[in-house]
Write a protein that binds this ligand. Sequence first.
Ligand SMILES: [Zn+2]
Length: 458
Amino acid sequence: MDTEKLQETIDRRREEFVDTLATLVAQPSISARDEGVAECAELLAQEMKDIGINSEILPTAGQPVVYGELKAEDPDAFTLLCYGHYDVQPPEPLELWESPPFEPDVRDGRMYGRGTGDNKGQLLAHVMAASAWLETAGAPPINLKFVFEGEEESGSPNLGDFVADNRDRLAADLVLISDGTMHPSGAPLISLGNRGVIGVTLKARGADRDNHSGNKGGVAPNPAWMLIHVLANTVDPSGRVLVEGFYDDVRPVTETDREIIARLPFDPVEFGATMGLPTVDMPKEEYYRKIMLEPYFNISGLLSGYTGPGSKTIIPAEAEVRIDIRTVVDQDFDDLVGKLRAHVAAIDPRVEVLVRGIGGMAPSRTPADHPSIPVIAGSVERARGREPFVNLSSGGSLPNAVWPRVLGVPHVGIPYANADENNHSPNENLDLGCFHMGIRTSAEVFAGLAEARAEGRI
Ligand SMILES: [Zn+2]
């Protein structure tokens, strides 16, 4: 598919696209305190209508979803659902902004303003690419659906229900998410998933008060020791979790995964510096496997007894440890919590397992050998002139699981923002070159998916 004319259109309309972004950024949409969100939904839906996308505002139990649809001419065309969010983080502290957060200001080729990169510029890239297709060819080469959420920055509390309630309307072959940043080197990236997280507190109680460690030492139970015994029998020194069945659902590492990891950059000293260490003390494959493909059982806080100045010779009444378990795809919240409870009860039934939050955040990952992945990678390479790095899974947690779990559709992420976009921070910005390249990339992705469908590859 020749996309030269399309890219010319995108280049010619560059300033117009920047103006549209500025209009959207100028409208505050802070979901955390319901400030301007409904107004922003109206504005976005209107902008989409103006360029010919069938758009409407769909209610949820919280902030509305701006929904849009564009059909290809071919009824059997591939259907891509583009997800983004039009709400933003609160801009405070205001005094650290060099220009007001809702008065978009272009300096040195970047637009500064809350929501430029996270996520208004990135969601607009898909919309602008669709607009360029409309102008050039009269229709996009694939069916496009747009789901722009209004409460992602508040944890997407209603996205799952929204998707479940609109399953037929949202039916698609693939979900595309553009959020977050490209590789710090400026290289393009494709992201296939994320780890999940489960927050657990283990609590041990001894007597109903602290006791004198001399007078009662040896007879009063010590909850700190209870916890230490449980912890030492839960994870071995190599980090392996000893809870029975903990790894049952972890997918094996495939040959494709290994090949993808082999192409990723790895500089032990540079990577070490990002965590305040002289180096990363493990080989590249192990490093990426551990971050992307394996769960991690983390102690994030430990609390017991007296740690102030001097000494206080007590047997503490209580001990507590905070744990966050970073899960990988197919590991299930209820299953893992149940296994952990049984494990702890078998070691010391006096230690309680308390779950923090409801349900945690689920892991999700599209297999690297999914047929649409090489198509997306090829399109990104055509737009950018260089092969993207493929991130099998980000180590952190994102609300992507809704797509495979509720809609039954795989997802892929192509972040468009510069690595120093300062999202969630003062002086959030989007490099306008990145914005422009994002539009070109989306346009090329639409073309690549259409071509692959025509050839029966997807
Ligand atoms: Zn964000």
